[in-house]
Design a protein around this ligand. Structure first.
Ligand code: PLP
Length: 380
């Protein structure tokens, strides 16, 4: 059975060109980048070329790009080191950050006694930047603000420029989890004064196990993994040269085709919204999903008009991979951690959430198959 893949916010298929680039490095460049002989230096060159490529795109210095194993590691490094090495006493965040940010924040709260303030969210999942500004003005505590650029479950986009301006004006550090937007949305960190950001290659057709942290040079973070002096002593351990070659290749392809891919994907998303609205009466779209300027074009979060915890499984049997927006443990469906914070109890009790996420490989035919399957499953 041919698979229809509509779970690109979870991960994306690796492009053939990326695989080719990685295989070439695997076969030839097996040196350790810390070795001084030529094989080692060739591997080092691969790291530095890819670091430069990424830095140029983000308008930052190559020294500000620290390769890591993934988005989770980057976010942990930033949050934990900001508390331990920058004297952060207070963290302002939300309850709908990705689990790796949410849990890292709880860890430093428990371990280091940092005060944690969660911003209120409205029913669309928006943060109120006036509340952020008032909180920053209300205290002299050294503060780290950590707010994700685009939410991985509902796709809401934060106004990063405005957030960064508020943080700068009030002397707060700003970390943004940019895992869902990096290489999908133009980011110019010479114009947006964020201090820290994160990236994961597998969200844009690169390999799993490769990512980076953007750490502004003026800040003085320290390693969380200790050992050698790799990555300017911010992340010890022999670098994943093959993974970084794949990360760089996928990053280059994504940014080179950003305009084309985003227009194409937005068209597929618009088509999905139109088809779902027409064929499934009572369907709801969550967060800012139907607003182009405020929603990530790769993601559509919806609530089907009846309760069906098995829908993910039923779609899977039909060869369609989507995320249910809810995690099943011991056979019981748990509400999604994000939707449970923004939807009313009544909506949560009477609907089934689904996250449909697209890539440039998604077609309108894929959407037709999904909509037809949903109509059948819902008995419409
Ligand atoms: N942050 C966001 C917003 C994500 O969507 C993800 C992945 O799902 C992560 C962080 C974690 O990234 P990784 O899978 O590379 O650890």
């Amino acid at each position: 059975m041919e698979k229809i893949y509509l779970d690109n916010a979870a991960t994306t298929p690796i492009l053939d060109e990326v695989i080719d680039a990685m295989v070439a490095v695997m076969k030839t460049n097996y040196g350790n980048p810390s070795s001084t002989h030529s094989l080692g230096q060739e591997a080092k060159t691969i790291l530095e070329e890819n670091r430069r490529l990424i830095a140029n795109e983000l308008h930052v210095s190559p020294a500000e790009i620290i390769f890591t194993s993934c988005g989770t590691e980057s976010n942990n490094l930033i949050i934990k080191s900001a508390v331990e090495n920058l004297g952060v006493e207070r963290i302002i965040t939300t309850e709908i950050e990705h689990k790796c940010v949410y849990e890292a924040v709880l860890e430093v709260k428990n371990r280091n006694g940092v005060e944690v303030v969660y911003l209120k969210l409205n029913e669309k999942g928006d943060v109120n930047l006036d509340e952020l500004e008032a909180l920053l003005k209300s205290s002299d505590k050294v503060t780290l603000v950590t707010l994700m650029h685009a939410n991985n479950e509902i796709g809401n986009i934060l106004d990063l420029e405005k957030t960064a301006k508020i943080c700068k004006e009030n002397n707060a550090y700003l970390h943004s989890d940019t895992v869902q937007t990096m290489a999908h949305v133009k980011l110019d960190f010479s114009q947006i004064p964020v201090d820290f950001a994160s990236c994961s290659a597998h969200k844009f057709h690169g390999p799993k196990g490769a990512g980076f942290a953007f750490i502004r040079k003026s800040t003085h973070l320290r390693a969380q993994i200790h050992g050698g002096t790799q990555e300017r002593s911010l992340r010890a351990g022999t670098e994943n040269v093959v993974g970084i070659a794949g990360l760089g290749k996928a990053f280059a392809i994504s940014v080179d085709h950003m305009e084309q891919f985003s227009a194409q994907i937005q068209e597929v998303k618009d088509y999905a919204i139109a088809q779902l609205t027409e064929k499934i009466p009572g369907i709801l779209f969550n967060g800012r999903c139907t607003e182009k300027e405020r929603s990530l074009y790769t993601l559509l979060s919806l609530s089907l008009p009846s309760m069906n915890p098995l829908i993910g499984l039923q779609l899977d049997i039909k060869g369609i991979a989507v995320s249910q927006g809810s995690a099943c443990s011991s056979g019981a469906a748990k509400p999604s951690s994000v939707l449970s914070k923004i939807l009313t109890e009544e909506v949560q009790q009477s609907t089934t959430p689904l996250r449909v996420s697209f890539s440039h490989q998604t077609t309108k035919q894929d959407i037709d198959v999904l909509v037809e399957a949903l109509v059948e499953i819902l008995g419409l």
